[in-house]
Design a protein. Structure first.
Length: 99
């Protein structure tokens, strides 16, 4: 009987740890958006509105979104996008995808 209770307690502890991890990740994500940052979906929409297409990769780097997209000439580019406004503030050709 004691072994069962110990195992049961351990499994509850792991379950609680998993729940705490998920809740922590959600809180961090919510805090970023509460701080005025746009979601990745919103950033993608803003990039498309600025004349780019085929947005297919996005990550945060040095406080900016780095977005891979296609420019008006069909060239693959990396864009630096302001996370609060969605405005493209820098661009360079993506050497990984030369056309």
């Amino acid at each position: 009987m004691t072994k069962f209770n110990i195992k049961h307690t351990r499994s509850l502890g792991l379950g609680r740890l998993a729940v705490v991890s998920v809740v922590s990740a959600l809180l961090l994500s919510t805090a970023a958006y509460a701080g005025g940052m746009m979601s990745q979906d919103q950033i993608a929409q803003k990039v498309l509105e600025q004349g780019y297409s085929k947005v297919n990769r996005m990550e945060m780097e040095d406080g900016m979104y780095e977005v891979k997209a296609t420019d008006k000439d069909g060239k693959r580019v990396k864009l630096n996008v302001d996370p609060k406004t969605g405005k493209v503030v820098g661009m360079h050709k993506d050497s990984m995808f030369s056309n």
